[in-house]
Design a protein around this ligand. Sequence first.
Ligand SMILES: Cc1cc2nc3c(=O)[nH]c(=O)nc-3n(C[C@H](O)[C@H](O)[C@H](O)COP(=O)(O)OP(=O)(O)OC[C@H]3O[C@@H](n4cnc5c(N)ncnc54)[C@H](O)[C@@H]3O)c2cc1C
Length: 218
Amino acid sequence: MAAALDVPVLGLPRLVDTVIVGNGPSALLLSYILHGHIPHYKGQHFDPVVHGVAASLDDLLEAPEQLAPGSDLLNHLRSSSAYPQGELPVNALIDTLIRPKGDWDADYKSCVEWRYEPRRAVKHLVLGEAASPGGQWAQSDSFGTTKWDVEALSNAEQLQLPGYTFAEHFAKKDRELPDPNGRCRLSRRDVADYYAAYPEAVGIADSQTHPREACAKE
Ligand SMILES: Cc1cc2nc3c(=O)[nH]c(=O)nc-3n(C[C@H](O)[C@H](O)[C@H](O)COP(=O)(O)OP(=O)(O)OC[C@H]3O[C@@H](n4cnc5c(N)ncnc54)[C@H](O)[C@@H]3O)c2cc1C
């Protein structure tokens, strides 16, 4: 959403170009990108079709253009169960670039690297209802029945965001991650705690706020 916001709170940008509604993990990742952290293909994907397209891109933010309906790349990804079949084509591409041989390949090597390119930053605000960054992880569900010690289904390394690992987060708390590579399931409390700490850890806290703290002007 593009908007001009008049933000009366000290420490927040007064005018922004983009507003992100909600402060779940997706919003945190988008904010990381809008701060100028750009994903690039670093090579080595085993599939020549995927490699050929990815290598032709300046960066992976261009990927959606290569994935138009009817494009060779989209047809290729959709034709094989080796590729994730999520709703959004760009997710299938990014997933296979991060984890080329699928979720069960324990020794995978990501084909994506993040580079900090501050000139590409876009002024933005993340408006989150949840008390701390983390979306559903940080909020009570409408029945209040989801307990804090329930385990996530996914491994920690699948839930972590770029620039800050669960292992780094645990180390800050003088704790050891049960598996140093994050191949372990953590409690909702631990995941929520990680997302709450993420903005400070990667330097994007300046854009996070509660809707009450920002009043829309236009
Ligand atoms: C206990 C638990 C365990 C889970 N385990 C897993 C797992 O193992 N693996 C997995 O992949 N997923 C798991 N999930 C689901 C996980 O929470 C979601 O995958 C993830 O949070 C989605 O992130 P998101 O940023 O897309 O959306 P959300 O986390 O849903 O964040 C969206 C946020 O936007 C806010 N919002 C929406 N509309 C507005 C509005 N108009 N104004 C202001 N705010 C708004 C919402 O309140 C919410 O806080 C689990 C969830 C819970 C609660």
